[in-house]
Design a protein around this ligand. Structure first.
Ligand code: ADP
Length: 626
């Protein structure tokens, strides 16, 4: 046999293949099995129109034969096989068009593009094999051919003996090295695992002779090795079956086994799309947050298949962050099997699929919200915070997608409401959506301003998650209604006359209020208010940042003294006896007024859930006055 060189471009690709592209060597088996399956497809399709092809559909098979002694792994199929000329054409060159003028978007030629564009599947076997022999006979031909190569230095083609049609690929597995245990690819257990992982849904049986020890017949304690023929793949993927044919148990056990969850999913979503891009997806919304969800160990993404062959276990590009809790599989014939990760990211088809999936998840959640409220509320407890982060992230880019999926606690019986429901229940004269934030619902309910707003018959949203207020700020408005923090100074529910009257009082007391402000030293102003009911004082904020937001920012890792601070106003209830008392002190004992100011500020902090800077000073002040 004359030795031939690979075409230069193939040579280059081959080197690249062996050394870089696939990080996981194990995919070589998937590639060879897919080729075998394609070859069987070809023969099968030919048989549909060509009477000279007589094979029962059930007789097609792919066989894996590991041989530890010879250190070979053989992949056999009874597909179409190859003629000498096909062998030359198919395995002598990788980039079949023989040209390298493939350009990427920027007009540059990129290696990754070439890998993505052309098949390099077969050559991946050189990642694990030092030598490969291909013996093949085209269906209907009398002569069989052999192709042999040690990789880099070229290949030989010649005639050979082969009894039946089809192809046999013999991999001479590399010797183990310090870093790589190639022997594992001769291991039945490992091979079975790889087939399950990547090729479980190949339409033809993938067989392997498996040996096991069994009790010898007629004896009670004598064992013998028995060999049985095992089909390693399950062949029909669940997502290819019509939903009505699949039982709930089947979906549940598929989910729990595949995604290692002990609880059945809260929702099964199936989707079949035929259009600009065709794909099938089977998605699950877990009923519980995975234990490692908020750790860096959790990998978001869907399992990606190309016509039943797994190409990526966690394709993160298929799911937006805020739906990161969704699990499942996506199968599309429109994606190339050999597509590399780098290229996949920019794949137009993939982007279309991701868009469609996002839309589907959203509509399913909306459906659940309106038809299965209780279930949705439970789910929201698990994953709602993700959705709120989704609103906040990327400068609010996704807010319109997500705003109707949000739930907040309401002052009305503390039940959960959507923004839509809140707006529908708004009073006629009400212009804004009121909210208050705090660590717990109880604490929020205790806020003086909340009490006052509720007293007037308005509903208040209670925000307890750190992200809540930030999310609302990004939302900006809902249905034309703004959001108002009831502890923000800007909130004013009084009439114009009331406002004017209050302003007069404040102006008149300016000197006293300023003196108090100086004494406290930490507030931007002290003012009288008429909107409080029973409470003597409260803290409110002026400007962009609320007191609650300041607390959250301070807690963030890396926050320092330079973290933005809320501009805080101490508000004093003008209708409370304390007001009279203060006026009296201002006239008689300004030193005592200072002490009162400090105490009142601390009281306001206490009720507002703000830590007191100097508890010692406060206790001294109180005991002194006592
Ligand atoms: P791809 O499968 O992406 O075309 P490969 O390098 O894996 O690229 O294979 C090159 C070609 O070799 C295939 O397109 C096919 O025509 C041929 N081939 C590979 N394996 C087989 C096989 N088992 N039987 C018949 N033809 C095969």
């Amino acid at each position: 046999m004359r030795k031939k060189q690979f075409k230069t471009e193939s040579q280059k690709l081959l080197d690249m293949m062996i050394n870089s592209i696939y990080t996981h060597k194990e995919i070589f088996l998937r590639e060879l099995i897919s080729n075998a399956s394609d070859a069987i497809d070809k023969l099968y399709f030919r048989s549909l129109t060509d009477d000279s092809v007589n094979i029962n559909k059930e007789d097609y098979f792919i066989r894996l034969t590991p041989n530890k002694a010879a250190r070979t792994l053989t992949i056999t199929d009874n597909g179409c096989g190859m003629s000498a000329e096909e062998l030359e054409r198919n395995l002598g060159t990788i980039a079949k068009s023989g040209s390298f003028d493939f350009k990427n978007e920027n007009g540059e030629q990129s290696e990754v593009d070439i890998i993505g564009q052309f098949g390099v599947g077969f050559y991946s076997a050189f990642m694990v094999a030092q030598r490969i022999t291909v013996r093949t006979r085209r269906y209907g031909d009398a002569t069989a051919y052999v192709w042999e190569s040690e990789g880099a230095d070229g290949y030989r083609i010649g005639e050979c003996e082969k009894e039946s049609f089809g192809t046999e690929i013999i991999l001479y597995i590399k010797e183990d090295t310090e870093d790589e245990r190639y022997s594992e690819f001769l291991d039945e257990y490992r091979i079975r695992g790889l087939v399950r992982k990547y090729s479980d849904y190949i339409r033809y049986p993938i067989k392997m002779l498996v040996s096991s020890r069994a009790l010898k017949e007629g004896t009670e304690d004598e064992y013998e090795d028995v060999v049985s023929d095992e089909v390693l793949n399950s062949m029909v993927p669940l997502w290819k079956r019509t939903q009505s044919e699949v039982t709930e148990e089947e979906y549940n056990s598929f989910y729990t086994e595949k995604f290692f969850d002990y609880a059945p999913p809260a929702k099964v979503i199936t989707q079949r799309s035929e259009g600009t891009v065709s794909f099938t997806s089977l998605l699950f919304i877990p009923s519980k947050t995975p234990f490692n969800y908020y750790t860096k160990d959790f990998e978001r993404g869907l399992e990606l298949y190309s016509s039943g062959v797994m190409i990526m276990q966690k394709c993160a590009d298929l799911l937006p962050d805020y739906f990161g809790f969704v699990r499942g599989v996506v199968d599309s014939a429109d994606l190339s099997l050999n597509i590399s990760r780098e290229l996949l990211q920019h794949d137009r088809q993939l982007k279309l699929i991701a868009k469609a999936i996002e839309k589907k998840i959203k509509s399913e959640l909306e459906k659940m919200l309106s038809n299965e409220r209780e279930k949705y509320e439970k789910l929201f407890e698990e994953f709602g915070i993700q959705l709120k982060y989704g609103v906040y992230s990327d400068y609010g880019m996704h807010k319109d997608t997500l705003k109707d999926l949000l739930l907040f606690h309401s002052s009305n019986e503390r039940k959960l409401v959507t923004l839509k429901e809140y707006v529908e229940g708004m009073k006629e004269e009400q212009k804004d959506i009121y909210y208050a934030s705090g660590e717990t619902l109880d604490r929020i309910e205790m806020l003086p301003q909340v009490e006052a707003v509720k007293e007037r018959g308005y509903e208040v949203l209670y925000l307890t998650d750190d992200v809540d207020e930030f999310a609302l700020r990004i939302l900006g408005e809902y249905d034309g209604k703004g959001f108002k923090n009831v502890t923000a100074e800007a909130l004013d529910l009084s009439t114009d006359e009331e406002k004017a009257a209050l302003k007069e009082k404040n102006d008149a007391a300016e000197a006293m209020l300023n003196a108090m402000k100086e004494a406290i030293g930490k507030v931007s102003a002290v003012r009288f208010t008429t909107s409080l009911k029973n409470h003597p004082v409260c803290l409110s904020s002026e400007g962009e940042l609320s007191v609650e937001m300041e607390k959250i920012l301070k807690r963030m890792p890396g926050a320092d003294e330079n973290a933005p601070q809320a501009s805080v106003v101490l508000e004093i209830n003008l209708n409370h006896p304390i007001a009279e008392k203060l006026f009296g002190l201002f006239a008689t004992d300004t030193e005592k007024l200072s002490k009162y100011a400090k105490i009142l500020y601390s009281v306001a902090c206490l009720i507002g859930g703000v830590a007191i800077d100097d508890p010692k000073e406060l206790t001294t002040l109180i005991t002194e006055l006592m």
